[in-house]
Design a protein around this ligand. Structure first.
Ligand code: FAD
Length: 493
């Protein structure tokens, strides 16, 4: 757990070991994109990274970027999207307090895709139409949100926006980071590895002018003539912060990321007057699909009642399960759709099989008649091709009436849910950290997991929103910070 005191007073710094125009803390996707844009605008850029090399959690990610508005991949695969269509969906799903950053993200999405590709990040012109959590192939486009889930499918035309990097496996993110780091090196971004920023340094007026760094047992003072960009990731690995802000996280849940995502970036920003938002926000995941046929099952709580459309994105489903009584939920299937969940990490346990629904109800300890009533109601609707309660899409509807029946335990506190924190420093569309008054602190930016995500809950998260927004707002911050030291041109629009 990081101890962040400070800020250190500049007058107590007797010697600056290193100077740069822009100091960036953390070399994951947000830091690399900020560094690249600031450097290309002409600023002298130094990245301080706690590990022995760049990459961060970004390099072990699945490499899915949530982008749309009519990207070349969407167009090549026959999907019609627009920035307005993308905005309508995300706005309805996220309901942002300040729509400005979301609007900027949607309007800049196609340009951002082109930029990422121009850096050497490979994207195929292919689409995958199965329901998966990540791809074990090099296909690109996949549905990673709730676009087809009611009511969103009626608010905006549902199209896939998850753009997966063309590299196989769970860590396609490493291919993206290798390309970005190579560009940073070619552009002349300076790096200081094995250095942990422990405090920020401020002058008498409270202006941030640098950072204190611990490296190999020594303390360095690094001057930032222009600005400091905090890109140190989120706080999933800071148990105390998670306990304080997200009490619903169960003991069986495991953080998603790297141990250095310990909230130090957020605490550094707070130490100089930065405010935070969405600190309660978390996306959990323990997807019960693939195989997709399991989506035809129903999820019930301890009252034997459904509580979510089962075709929701797995993060939305997890958010619902997290708030059910005792966090308990069962996936109910019949003999026609029975299959074991393919993903191993969630450890969803097969509770048992039963010949009748009444036996299953009693075997699960549900109130007498509850599951029988829920299934009778669901089956009647499914036979008519609709789900009046939760509007599950017709593609996933079939009466569950072929015994024997089975139940998987998908409880939040019994299965293993991986989680990613969504809260962080409050920023504007340029990535500037905001103070209590809502105005920019000045000279301090936060991007990626150190800033609050656009969605503040797993209800509205979509896979790819971290890498896409981290890279997008990283670029905005890099350009804006460079302009603040008289480099490049940054529009205030
Ligand atoms: C297995 C997995 C799969 C995922 N898949 C996806 C996906 O497909 N799409 C998606 O959008 N998101 C995905 N995510 C989430 C996503 O990877 C992260 O949210 C994102 O990478 C955060 O980027 P970042 O630049 O903010 O942080 P990071 O990439 O973690 O970079 C932060 C860097 O800061 C450094 N640092 C921390 N503290 C300090 C300090 N005090 N001083 C100096 N350096 C410091 C860290 O060492 C690290 O290198 C996935 C996550 C995991 C774990």
């Amino acid at each position: 757990m990081p101890e962040i005191a400070g800020p250190i007073r500049a007058r107590d710094v007797s010697f600056w070991n290193v100077e740069s125009d822009i100091l960036i803390i953390g070399y994951g996707i947000a830091g690399a994109c900020a560094a690249l844009e600031a450097r290309r605008a002409g600023a002298d850029v130094l990245v301080i990274e706690r590990a022995s090399g760049g990459g961060g959690a970004s390099a072990i990610s699945c490499g899915i970027f949530y982008l749309g508005g009519g990207t070349p991949v969407q167009t090549a695969c026959g999907f019609v999207d627009s920035s307005d269509n993308m905005y309508r969906y995300l706005d309805a799903s996220i309901e942002p307090a300040n729509p400005d950053p979301l609007r900027a993200f949607c309007e800049g999405s196609v340009e951002h895709f082109n930029w990422l590709e121009a850096q050497g990040i490979p994207f195929e012109r292919t689409a995958h139409d199965g329901k998966v959590m990540f791809l074990m192939s090099t296909e690109c486009l996949l549905s990673t949100g709730n676009e087809s889930v009611w009511p969103f499918r009626e608010i905006a035309n549902p199209v896939p926006r998850g753009h997966a990097v063309a590299a196989e496996g769970e860590s396609a993110g490493s291919a993206a980071m290798a390309a970005l780091i190579a560009q940073c090196e070619a552009a002349g971004v300076r790096t200081l590895y094995d250095g942990r920023v422990t405090e920020l340094i401020a002058d008498e007026a409270g202006k941030v002018v640098g950072a204190r760094v611990r490296q190999a047992g020594t303390t360095l003072h690094i001057r930032a003539k222009g600005a400091v960009i905090i890109a140190a990731g989120g706080f999933s690995f800071n148990q105390q912060m998670v306990r304080d802000h997200i009490p619903l996280i169960s003991d069986t849940a495991e953080p998603f990321g790297i141990p250095y995502n310990d909230g130090s970036g957020i605490l550094l920003g707070q130490s100089v007057g930065g405010t935070v938002e969405a600190m309660h926000g978390v996306v959990g995941t323990a997807s019960f699909y693939p195989p997709a046929q399991l989506i035809k099952g129903i999820l019930v709580n301890v009252r034997g009642e459904r509580f979510v459309a089962e075709d929701s994105y797995h993060g939305r489903t997890a958010a619902h399960i997290m708030t059910q009584p005792d966090q308990i939920a069962y996936l109910i299937v019949d003999a026609e759709i029975f299959a074991y969940p393919e993903l191993e990490f969630p450890r969803h346990r097969l509770v048992d099989g039963w010949e009748t629904v009444a036996e299953m109800e009693s075997g699960l300890g549900l109130p007498s008649g509850s599951l029988q009533h829920t299934l009778a109601d669901y089956n009647a609707g499914a036979a008519r091709g609709n789900d009046e309660r939760f509007h599950k899409h017709g593609e996933w509807l079939k009466p569950l009436n072929v015994g024997p029946y089975a139940a998987f335990d998908v409880s939040f506190n019994r299965s293993t849910y991986l989680y990613l924190t969504l809260g962080g420093l409050r920023t504007n569309r340029h990535g500037e950290v905001l103070d209590e008054s809502g105005g920019p602190l000045g000279r301090v930016y936060a991007v990626g997991g150190s800033a609050a995500h656009l969605p503040d809950s797993g209800m509205s998260y979509a896979s790819g929103l971290s890498l896409a927004t981290g890279s997008f707002f990283g670029r905005q911050a890099g350009r804006h910070a460079a302009a603040s030291v008289g480099r490049g041109v940054e529009s205030e629009n």
